[in-house]
Design a protein around this ligand. Structure first.
Ligand SMILES: [Zn+2]
Length: 141
């Protein structure tokens, strides 16, 4: 579907485009100005996207985030990527959500079930951190 948007076969509100990326408005916006940034070259998800496309998409997301925040007077921005159906990915073409956030809830409908005020178990967090750090170290090539 996003390949169709990139190609112009599927209608969308494009807001920015360069050689490798395309940014367009989300049709189910969580807030005013919610948009998506995708690589033009198809990649399924975070695990598959080549480094150069990921870099380009991230830098494009920063540009449109600044532009959208400035244009709408946003009080903040969330970047969100969903990788896998269990992580809420519903379109399997890599995309970064750029979600301007507002104190004014009339412009901001984003509500997650996440409750960050509930403290985690510090010991369990340290153990998980150690496992991730070992996995990152074993990845170096
Ligand atoms: Zn695609």
């Amino acid at each position: 579907m996003f390949c169709g948007i990139v190609a112009g076969d599927v209608p969308s509100v494009k807001v920015a485009e360069d050689e490798t990326t395309c940014a367009f408005m989300d049709i189910n916006p969580a807030s005013d100005g919610h948009l998506l940034v995708v690589p033009k070259r198809h990649s399924k998800d975070l695990f598959e996207i080549p480094a150069d496309d990921l870099t380009a998409v991230t830098l494009a997301a920063q540009r449109v985030a600044k532009a959208a925040a400035g244009a709408f007077g946003a009080d903040g921005v969330n970047l969100l990527n969903c990788c896998g159906a269990d992580a809420w990915q519903s379109v399997f073409h890599f995309h970064l959500h750029v979600i301007p956030r507002y104190t004014d809830k009339a412009k901001d409908r984003l509500v997650l079930p996440w409750k960050p005020e509930v403290p985690g178990d510090a010991e369990a967090i340290a153990i998980l951190g150690g496992r991730i750090s070992a996995a990152v170290a074993s990845q170096q090539t």
